[in-house]
Design a protein around this ligand. Structure first.
Ligand code: SIN
Ligand code: FE2
Length: 217
């Protein structure tokens, strides 16, 4: 009876939720890194401000993006690619701070992918209404490494489908500090983010920030 009582008072969200083979949500995994992570992000965004990229189809993305690391993901009317240079400044992207490397590597290891050393961290900024359509992360040359995704600020509904665009995605609510890792058999699964609901987060205000770490080559 005591055990039942204690079970019912705890956080209702399990610490770890398997989404598919090779894919897991690690609830609150980034929280212990927060004190170092937030000032590190501020520094990056000062050097390489968020911008709305244009897709090859000519659409302006509702999500604003920037990068850190030796490579950054960019989109323009000529296509998607990884580039060492920020096209807005003509300079290399800000370096990936040790705290970001540490989160990515420890989360990947926790999910069963030891030795994860990403070159790129794409930083996405969602304001209420912003969304990311279903897509595969396939601009990397190395699909043996997983994708590690860190959610900060307002909660979002993450859509996680399958290998086919037509596979109906499952919906996962991702909150501040949650980390998702997908690799192995689910490395190329379609995923996206539903339009962000309005709200106010204690640290990030009216926005969601997402970091995705990628081993590009
Ligand atoms: C992405 O697919 O690149 C970002 C996913 C997210 O914002 O949770
Ligand atoms: Fe993605």
């Amino acid at each position: 009876m005591t055990a039942d009582l204690f079970e019912s008072v705890g956080d209702a969200r399990p610490a770890r939720e398997t989404m598919a083979e090779g894919a897991v949500v690690l609830r609150g995994f980034a929280r212990p890194f927060e004190v170092e992570l937030i000032p590190a992000l501020r520094t990056i965004v000062k050097q390489a401000p968020f911008r709305h990229l244009i897709t090859p189809g000519g659409h302006r993305m509702s999500v604003a993006m920037t990068n850190c690391g030796s490579l950054g993901w960019v989109s323009d009317p000529s296509g998607y690619r990884y580039d060492g240079i920020d096209p807005n400044s003509g300079h290399p992207w800000p370096a990936m701070p040790p705290v970001l490397r540490a989160i990515a590597a420890t989360a990947a290891a926790e999910a069963g992918f030891a030795g994860f050393a990403p070159e790129a961290c794409l930083i996405n900024r969602y304001v209420p209404g912003a969304k990311l359509s279903l897509h595969q992360d396939k601009d990397e040359l190395d699909f043996a490494a997983p994708i590690v995704s860190v959610s900060l600020g307002l909660p979002a509904i993450f859509l996680f489908g399958g290998l086919k665009r037509s596979d109906t995605p499952r919906r996962y609510r991702l909150e501040h500090g949650d980390v998702v890792v997908w690799g192995g058999p689910s490395r190329l699964f379609f995923h996206g983010v539903a339009p962000l609901a309005d709200g106010e987060h204690g640290i990030f205000g009216r926005q969601r920030i997402n970091l995705t770490f990628r081993k590009v080559r």
